[in-house]
Ligand binder design. Structure first.
Ligand code: ZN
Length: 300
């Protein structure tokens, strides 16, 4: 009897530990995150910590940031910005609605910043969303964290000496992606339409499509030139060539998926043909990505 009880208690403890550890680990992670600042060009900087890259424009008109990472990092992000300027953040542009780019919205909104995003991104932030692949649930934001200014096709700010074009180039990563192009500085923040890790996340559950991403990347490539510095959604500063290489990878993989469809390959047979060979390791993540992309073409 005693033994059973102890074992039950131990099981309970183990269960509690399993439930609590992820939260402790998360809190710990944010404690240990440092925000690094990289000068990009002129008065534009990139901040990196955890989550999407942050673009910063400083000057006489105030401080505009593109994306704001995770809420627990807001103070660190504000401190990193304070090293550059004494003007508070008055505009936050969201490249899209995903939490790793917008979780700081409520903090910055409460502090008085205007939040700007594509209208579809605002709509998604108004209610609970489930992301493709991971199935991660993103809760709705309070009104203070929602974009007050939205656009549909494009809009332009004149801010800190730049014409800042905020454009939608396609339904790629989601259905509400914005690219933010600082014309005079010739710097663009692409959000997650372009990232520096293997296969890009395409959020099919929230309007993202592979065809849309491929088209959007060509549109971005047409907008910029060889001198443009790209702040990608994640990863290091890049060039137009990097963006076009990345697009070429997607075109090759799409070609193989479409070929598999023409051959009426089952999803399993498609995986065996290794459409991402040479671009991504043949593991569970790659397979999940390929299955979701294949579904876009087969409707299976
Ligand atoms: Zn994203």
């Amino acid at each position: 009897m005693m033994t059973i009880k102890t074992s039950n208690n131990l099981n309970l403890l183990a269960l509690l530990a399993c439930l609590l550890l992820p939260f402790l680990a998360t809190a710990q992670d944010f404690d240990n995150i440092e925000i690094t600042t990289t000068p990009v060009r002129d008065n534009i900087y990139m901040l990196q910590g955890s989550g999407g890259n942050i673009g910063v424009s400083i000057g006489n008109d105030g401080t505009l940031i593109v994306d704001d990472q995770f809420a627990p990092l807001t103070n660190k992000i504000a401190a990193a910005i304070a090293e550059l300027t004494d003007r508070p953040v008055n505009i936050v542009v969201n490249s899209h609605f995903h939490y790793d780019h917008t979780d700081g919205n409520e903090n910055f909104g409460r502090a008085g910043a205007y939040i700007v995003a594509h209208d579809n991104s605002r709509k998604r932030m108004e209610s609970t969303q489930v992301l493709a692949g991971s199935g991660r649930v993103q809760e709705a934001y309070d009104t203070v964290g929602l974009p007050k200014i939205t656009f549909f096709d494009s809009m332009r700010f004149y801010f800190n000496g730049n014409a800042v074009d905020i454009v939608k180039t396609g339904n790629g990563h989601t259905d509400g992606d914005a690219q933010i192009y600082f014309r005079e500085a010739n710097v663009i923040h692409t959000g997650d339409m372009f990232v520096r890790y293997g296969l890009p996340f395409i959020d099919q559950s929230n309007g993202g499509t592979m065809d849309g991403m491929i088209d959007a990347l060509m549109n971005i490539g047409s907008l910029i030139d060889d001198d443009t510095i790209i702040i990608p959604g994640h990863g290091q500063l890049s060039s137009r060539d990097d963006l076009l290489d990345y697009r070429a990878m997607l075109v090759v993989i799409r070609g193989k998926l479409v070929r598999a469809k023409v051959l009426s390959l089952s999803p399993g047979e498609m995986l065996e043909s290794q459409p991402a060979d040479g671009y991504a390791p043949p593991n569970e993540n790659t397979n999940g990505w390929l299955l979701r992309a294949y579904e876009e073409y087969t409707g299976q």
